[in-house]
Design a protein around this ligand. Structure first.
Ligand SMILES: [Zn+2]
Length: 200
């Protein structure tokens, strides 16, 4: 299975938790930082694509401007929770995550699909926005606590803004793409240094 790929301009990371995929709505595409949450249309494409590829969110929808603003704020907060967790700043990580958990209505339930089960996370209203927010909150909680927290890393490649789960102790990058980018940059630097040596 590919660990990450771009489809419809959207970054898909099947092995990462929904909350980590939500943070990946901002990513470096090799030329610039793409931010899916910049527009309602792009956000809808993100939801539809991820829903098809990794079954998150369960029910894609077109967010209102207000909901989009709220999602941007939520991403900012969740990002700070991830960052603080990795940096060992546990008090702010805990306080910010608690703030999210207090605001979101969470009530896990099971929904039968045609040939698989799905979880619904929001309250009984079934509102897709509530469901999305609740799933992000719960999976962020899982990502930054217990054993999963020990595997959480920030990609070390230049300009990359992604977080990832480190399953292999030698993994320093979110993906092979970033790993290759770092190796190419290193060899270019080495070539330049060697070239400079020859001149002098
Ligand atoms: Zn990366």
């Amino acid at each position: 299975m590919r660990t990450q790929y771009v489809k419809n301009g959207v970054l898909v990371r099947p092995l990462e938790k929904p909350a980590t995929n939500f943070l990946s709505t901002r990513f470096y595409d090799g030329r610039r930082i793409v931010d899916v949450l910049d527009s309602r249309d792009a956000t809808q494409v993100w939801m539809r694509t991820l829903s098809e590829e990794i079954r998150f969110p369960r029910v894609p929808f077109i967010p209102t401007d207000e909901q989009l603003g709220w999602l941007r704020q939520l991403r900012y907060t969740i990002e700070s929770v991830y960052r603080d967790t990795i940096d060992g700043e546990l008090a702010p990580a805990s306080a910010h995550l608690q703030g999210v958990l207090d605001r979101v209505r969470i009530r896990p339930d099971i929904v039968s699909g045609k040939d698989y089960l799905q979880a619904s996370w929001g309250d009984t209203s079934g509102d897709p926005f509530d469901d999305l927010a609740a799933e992000i909150a719960v999976t962020a909680l899982i990502a930054v606590t217990g054993f999963p927290a020990t595997l959480l890393r920030r990609c070390e490649a230049p300009r990359c803004v992604l977080y990832f789960t480190r399953y292999n102790p030698r993994q320093h990058w979110c993906s092979d793409i970033c790993g290759n980018r770092v190796r190419v940059a290193r060899s270019t630097r080495a070539d330049r240094t060697a070239g400079a040596g020859n001149v002098s």
